[in-house]
Design a protein around this ligand. Structure first.
Ligand code: C2O
Ligand code: CU
Length: 474
């Protein structure tokens, strides 16, 4: 029986029938919460036991923050100043981006747009006060298609001002890796134009917090908050939870009106987060699998393991997450259209790049295969300029044969409509999944001055042209 993702991808990977060592729980990772002072994140080559348990598999050479993959979980509190020093010990420039946070533009971490890239041997101090509680993550924003795939990301948890009475808070960074049969990272395929023009770089090895099939402890009677984060380059995870009455509490860090998770299913596009709440109810010794269900055969990639029940009468009501309700006046919005084109399966034609029209062969030479409004990844001119505070509606047309995960920096947006139908549920996100040929309208108040990226979070697509920005004037 092939193991891990090979059992649900077409490409075979490891033929051995290795068993995976269970991991006692993810408490150890969560315990890496950091103190009050400056947090230091050193980006450096290191190694990680991604394929632990496989016969002959050696540790995988990765690039890591503080030699852990993913990087340390940063836990802080809303309204509290956070200081992070990034030290670059890689042999290429890097930056840190705080995905989903509404912070000062100078701290957003986009090379050549909001800061100079941090050169090898240099450091950069990021300082900001998270304005909103929720589940976030941080990641490199330079050569993201390579640096993210090599391991440069971590979770950022911003706790509510008044601690919520959950008994257990679990944060799971879900990732995929492309490994060779000896457990080494497939480096040959970095930059593959085939990946870039199709779905992006998909892995064949799935991890949760850097481990294969970890078993996460819970106890009956506990009110559990499960934070799921997709940190993969390009893979859309379709997850299935079992055995409890799960409720969806938040999307991309923003509380929603809680809804039951239908069949325990949730889809997470790259960079998306979901907070799920449940009151643990199963008996000691049981295991509830967490599965990936994209392919015919469900793949179990983590499990909840039940320890001894809590005793005594318990409160069984899930705490309510505080709502963040941004003002959005749609009276007289600035209307922008974003037409997405390109990619494999018949989407390629001439596009504008570096200020002039290019035919397909020249685009390929320049590694550009996707476009927004006919322009392939050109940061020369913004998609739009707007006065601060103006409401903006962006109509996004996915005129490609591929799904995309569209991300706006520095703002959460409301999804107004999908394929012309207004959305019933109020949903504020920073990353939205669009299926092929879909159309959506998103709205937000452009209230944070600066230069903000808007790109596909399948990071190979962004590198190959699906990237633009807008300017909010002070
Ligand atoms: Cu996770 Cu440009 O972002
Ligand atoms: Cu895309």
């Amino acid at each position: 029986m092939p193991q891990n993702l090979s059992s649900w991808t077409r490409r075979g990977f490891l033929k051995s029938g290795a068993a995976f060592a269970g991991i006692a729980g993810l408490g150890a990772l969560n315990a890496q919460a950091l103190g009050n002072d400056t947090i230091v994140l050193t980006a450096k080559p290191g190694s990680a036991h991604l394929a632990r348990g496989i016969d002959g598999a050696k540790p995988t050479a990765v690039w890591a923050y503080n030699n852990t993959v993913p990087g340390p979980v940063i836990r802080t509190r809303v309204g509290k100043k956070l200081r992070v020093r990034l030290i670059n010990k890689l042999d290429q420039p890097t930056t840190l981006h705080w995905h989903g946070l509404r912070i000062d533009n100078a701290m957003d971490g986009v090379p050549d747009l909001t800061q100079k890239p941090v050169m090898p041997g240099h450091s950069f101090d990021y300082q900001f006060t998270p304005p909103d509680a929720g589940t976030y993550w941080y990641h490199t924003h330079n050569r993201t298609w390579e640096q993210l795939a090599r391991g440069l990301s971590g979770l950022l948890i911003v706790e509510e001002k008044d601690p919520l009475p959950f008994d257990r808070d679990l944060a799971l960074a879900i990732d995929d890796w492309r490994l060779g049969p000896d457990g080494a990272l497939d480096e040959q395929s970095f930059g593959s134009l085939h990946d870039w023009s199709h779905q992006g770089r998909l892995g064949n090895w799935m991890t949760v917090n850097g481990a294969s099939n970890p078993q996460v402890s819970v106890r009956s009677g506990e009110r559990v908050r499960l934070r799921l984060v997709n940190t993969a380059n390009a893979r859309i995870f379709r997850l299935a939870l079992e055995g409890e009455d799960f409720h969806l509490l938040a999307l991309d860090g923003r509380a929603i009106d809680p809804i039951p998770l239908k069949d325990g299913r949730i889809v997470l596009a790259p960079a998306q987060r979901a907070d799920i709440g449940f009151v643990a109810s199963r008996t000691e010794g049981t295991t509830s699998p967490i599965q990936e269900v994209t392919y015919d055969k469900p793949f179990t990639f983590a499990g909840l393991v039940y320890g001894a029940a809590l005793d005594g009468a318990r409160n069984r009501i899930l705490p309510k997450l505080p709502r963040i309700n941004p003002a959005l006046d749609l009276g007289d919005p600035l209307r922008i259209t974003l037409d997405m084109t390109g990619g494999a399966m018949g989407g390629m034609r001439a596009m504008r790049h570096m200020g002039r029209m290019m035919e397909v062969p020249e685009l390929i030479e320049n590694r550009r295969v996707w476009a927004f409004n006919g322009i392939a990844g050109d940061l020369d001119t913004p998609l739009f300029d707007t006065a601060r505070g103006r409401s903006v509606i962006v109509k996004i047309l996915n005129n490609t044969n591929w799904p995309h995960a569209m991300h706006v920096h520095g703002h959460h947006f409301k999804i107004i409509s999908r394929n012309g139908t207004p959305l019933e549920r109020v949903e504020w996100r920073d990353t939205v999944l669009m299926q092929r040929r879909e159309q959506i309208e998103i709205g937000f108040a452009a209230d944070n001055p600066g230069k903000w990226l808007l790109h596909c979070h399948m990071v190979e697509h962004a590198a190959a042209g699906m990237m633009t920005w807008f300017n909010v004037k002070a």
